[in-house]
Design a protein. Structure first.
Length: 232
């Protein structure tokens, strides 16, 4: 199952000018940063290590400019963003779920230039609505700090503040949240979510007789489930 997808077009290696364009985007970002934000962070992390260290400060600066909705002068990192993709090579990056596993599928076929992949991910984040944009850009900036392979450790790094639902390897955070709060198979009204959260939080707290072991994780899961349902 494809959870998120980003299509990027880049100049051919022999092209005299460096250009890139954004193609199709399937980037769900609710509840933030969503699978779309995690994919964009993964794309940034997967290619940033191959970009000259001297240019990393420019990428960080660009991320803040895009988050603020500023007009971006071109080119950036010697690559010019354009609308059409005639004559450009196509790359497709995905976040996919297979059973209980979630993994990145980053297109790194021969001839893939790292800079346009990272730039495209940042530009895609910058085109999001202001609400989710900040959360997604925060994950993208975490990707800028990553040094290592694209594996489960990267997923943990990008999502360690993004909620237990992702660590559980589920494809639908709302479904996970409903299960945690025991609210059945349909979204509930806000007062029902709040009431159920308070009931379960009290039952899970050691001050009210619950075991200390596992209490912190249980409380964290309940809190995250409430956040997801109130944001959905």
């Amino acid at each position: 199952m494809v959870l998120a997808e980003l299509e990027v077009f880049q100049s051919r290696p022999i092209a005299p000018t460096r250009r890139l364009a954004l193609g199709r985007r399937e980037l769900p970002v609710s509840p933030g940063p969503g699978f779309g934000g995690i994919l964009l962070g993964g794309v940034v992390a997967g290619f940033t290590e191959r970009i000259d260290d001297d240019l990393h400060i420019d990428l960080l600066r660009l991320s803040h400019q895009l988050e603020q909705g500023l007009r971006i002068p071109q080119p950036r990192l010697r690559h010019r963003l354009q609308v059409d993709h005639v004559g450009l090579n196509r790359r497709v990056h995905r976040l996919v779920a297979e059973g209980d596993a979630v993994r990145f599928e980053l297109d790194d076929t021969p001839g893939t230039s790292p800079a346009p992949q990272v730039l495209a991910a940042l530009y895609a984040a910058g085109e999001l609505e202001p609400g989710p944009r900040a959360a997604v850009m925060a994950v993208a900036r975490k990707g800028l700090r990553w040094r290592g392979p694209v594996d489960d450790r990267l997923l943990d790094f990008l999502t360690d503040e993004g909620g237990s639902w992702f660590s559980a390897g589920v494809a639908d955070p709302v479904e996970w949240a409903l299960g945690v709060l025991g609210l059945g198979g349909a979204a509930s009204a806000r007062p029902d979510v709040q009431r159920r959260f308070r009931e379960l939080l009290r039952a899970a707290h050691p001050d009210h007789g619950a075991a200390h072991e596992g209490a912190a994780q249980r409380i964290a899961d309940l809190t995250e489930a409430r956040r997801i349902l109130l944001a959905s």
